[in-house]
Design a protein around this ligand. Structure first.
Ligand code: SIN
Length: 282
């Protein structure tokens, strides 16, 4: 098994491993590489849903998939699997997010204890488009000027629960674009990773975000400034998917976004998520 760093702010490809049959010492190396590189790419896998669940479970207890914007919950018999897809069958989408762009976000950061990791496995892909970009929130924090970093200490940020990253209203939510009153959860703007102890900028998502205690215009200006650092090229690595790719990300210290693709082509991804054992803390 070989770990090949991307050479960017985050990301590594792991070669020479079949995720259906990893041994204890290989899992230890994968776990270490995951903490070191934040995103791991494994190409050429041949996983059933059961294999995907078994590999994901090695990292901890799994979340049940959130309810999709269509009201559907999960793959029959596998409540842990969330489908990201634009495919429509019998008049009903089989998954979430359609074929449009998915904006930068950390998965489910509107919860008190968002998942610690997400695992995304590519089953069907369009001929082009649908690339996924990841950014390092360690690097984002480290790239802030000292004065700005000091200003963030003790500030908390609301992570909106109204919209998913595709801009769809979540099941049970009412559309609103009022950051002061939208539903969501506050987390510290600067968090410490519970395992690496590294400091990171915790932004979650931009829409309806609000920094407690500031006026709305102060909050918007500070957030725009922080986002301009976080999504710079120097913080980002991106993946051009191949069928059989599995990507594992540390959801505590990264954000991701996805390019749009031709809606008449098919893209089907299966995702699992690993429960957190600690909520984001400063
Ligand atoms: C996601 O935002 O979880 C989906 C990313 C993708 O479709 O590549």
């Amino acid at each position: 098994m070989e770990v090949i760093p991307s050479g960017k702010a985050l990301g590594a490809e792991i070669q020479g491993v079949d995720l259906r049959q990893i041994r204890a010492h290989e899992f230890e190396s994968i776990y270490r590489a995951w903490l070191d590189h934040q995103i791991l790419l494994f190409r050429g896998q041949q996983l059933t849903d059961e294999d995907l669940i078994a590999f994901s479970r090695r990292f901890g207890e799994l979340e049940f998939a959130p309810i999709q914007e269509t009201g559907r919950r999960f793959v029959e018999g596998h409540p842990e699997i969330y489908v990201v897809s634009n495919v429509v069958e019998n008049g009903e989408p089989i998954g979430s997010l359609g074929a449009g762009e998915a904006n930068w976000h950390t998965d489910m950061s509107y919860l008190e204890d968002p998942p610690r990791a997400s695992v995304l496995y590519a089953l069907e892909l369009p001929p082009e488009g649908g690339d996924t970009y990841f950014c390092s929130m360690y690097r984002a924090y480290e790239s802030l000027p000292d004065k700005l970093r000091r200003r963030l200490a003790r500030l908390t940020l609301k992570h909106d629960a109204t919209y998913n990253s595709g801009g769809y209203v979540r099941q049970g939510s009412v559309a609103t674009d009022d950051p002061l009153n939208s539903p969501g959860r506050y987390h510290p703007l600067v968090c410490t990773h519970p395992e690496t102890q590294r400091r990171l900028l915790y932004l979650g998502r931009r829409r309806n975000a609000y920094i407690r205690g500031l006026t709305l215009s102060e909050s918007e200006a500070l957030l725009d400034e922080l986002w301009s650092y976080a999504t710079r090229e120097t913080c980002v690595w991106h993946i051009v998917w191949e069928v059989g790719d599995l990507v594992l990300w540390d959801n505590r210290c990264t954000m991701h976004r996805r390019d749009r693709f031709d809606a008449s082509s098919r893209r089907i991804m299966h995702r699992t998520q690993i429960k957190n054992d600690a909520c984001p803390t400063a």
